[in-house]
Design a protein around this ligand. Structure first.
Ligand code: GDD
Ligand code: MG
Length: 342
């Protein structure tokens, strides 16, 4: 069985981290986000198709260097085709029923159980569902008691949302779903294809997942997922190799070769490889990029500092994203693929 992993978005809401890294390679507890997902794939998935475009080389290099015991195909779109277009573009690798997975989600979904649910319902398409209070940034399903989905709206206004159950970003699809998607154009699976399948087949189902679900769409959720996983695993801090920690760190994850000077305090921080944090620095609810230098007596809160940035002594920041380098060529100034209309 094949699994398509959608990993082509720019991750604009995770700027400036995504100016230098593919979203799906952003580390969570020092391991790329996409690897957490690959580890949840059941045995029957023997082939993974990575639907990529932006920073495809980074993704390809990573998978050339790391083996996950499954065949990996890097399927490079000539231009971003959206969630549906990217799925269609993988058609040549699909042999039968298949999975499609958003790569920016950390959750406890049991894919094996979801596939069983799909087969038992004789579904054409099944999607994972998760209840949330504020549905407006998600796709929302109108779901019946028996799991049948009778309507689907992507990013509705709160008053138009049919339920509290959102698309949790994992699909089990029959091969014929591909016939609904045009070749070579930007197609949103959620906006165009799901509603059509519901209307035509009436065999669209939702599998409510139990446990936890987190979408890593924004800097805040990126920090929150670290905190959540640390607490869940009952670990106070997570640290890579060759670190020198002279200060105190709490609910924090630091990468390799990180130095944290005397009297510095880190609380809910994510610090990437080779960062140098000076003395008497306070970091709270922050992400500090690779090779960054934060000089002594700085106080940084609720902020993200992009890779390779250097902050001088006494820098005080709250609720800021720091990026002083050129924006990579071709990086959009707004989100494409799944547009949030505001
Ligand atoms: N290959 C490829 N090409 N992948 C893409 C493209 C593209 O053009 N556009 C987006 N993706 C990938 C993203 O990297 C991500 O893994 C996935 O497709 C979903 O795109 P997002 O941009 O993250 O969408 P979203 O978060 O606004 O909404 C989606 O996820 C929600 C759950 O987190 C939708 O599927 C919603 O319905 C859902 O509720
Ligand atoms: Mg997303």
């Amino acid at each position: 069985m094949e699994a398509i992993i959608l990993s082509g978005g720019f991750g604009t809401r995770l700027r400036p981290l995504t100016y230098t890294k593919a979203k799906s390679l952003l580390p969570i507890l020092n391991k790329p986000m996409i690897v957490h997902l690959i580890e949840t794939l059941p045995k029957e998935v023997n082939k993974i198709i990575l639907a990529v475009n932006y920073r495809k080389d980074q993704i390809e290099n990573y998978f050339n260097e790391n083996d996950f015991g499954k065949e990996i195909i890097v399927n490079d779109e000539p231009k971003p085709l959206g969630t549906g277009g990217a799925t269609k573009f993988a058609e040549k690798h699909i042999t039968g029923r298949f999975l499609v997975l958003n790569s920016d989600i950390i959750c406890s979904l049991n894919l094996k159980d979801m596939i069983k649910f799909h087969i038992n319902n004789k579904a054409i398409a099944s999607i994972s569902l998760w209840p949330v209070e504020n549905v407006s940034e998600f796709g929302v399903a109108d779901v019946r008691e028996n799991g049948k989905i009778v309507g689907f709206v992507e990013k509705p206004k709160p008053e138009d949302a049919p339920s509290e159950f959102i698309n949790a970003g994992a699909y089990c699809l029959e091969k014929k779903v591909l016939d609904y998607i045009d070749t070579g154009r930007l197609v949103s699976m959620e906006k165009e294809i799901f509603p059509q399948i519901i209307e035509d087949t009436n065999r669209f189902f939702g599998f409510k997942l139990k446990g936890y679900w987190m979408d890593i769409g924004r800097i805040s959720s990126y920090i929150d997922v670290h905190r959540f996983l640390l607490n869940r695993n009952k670990i106070k801090k997570f640290q890579g190799n060759n670190c020198k920690v002279f200060g105190t760190i709490k609910e924090t994850c630091i990468g390799n070769n990180v130095t944290i000077g005397k009297n510095s305090k880190l609380d809910c921080a994510v610090v990437y490889d080779n960062a140098l944090i000076g003395e008497n620095v306070e970091l709270s609810y922050c992400v500090i990029g690779e090779n960054c230098k934060i000089a002594d007596f700085s106080d940084i809160r609720n902020s993200v500092i992009g890779d390779n940035e250097k902050l001088i002594e006494n820098t005080i920041l709250d609720n800021k994203a720091v990026w002083t380098q050129p924006i990579p060529e071709g990086y959009p100034d707004k989100q494409i693929g799944n547009v949030i209309e505001k």
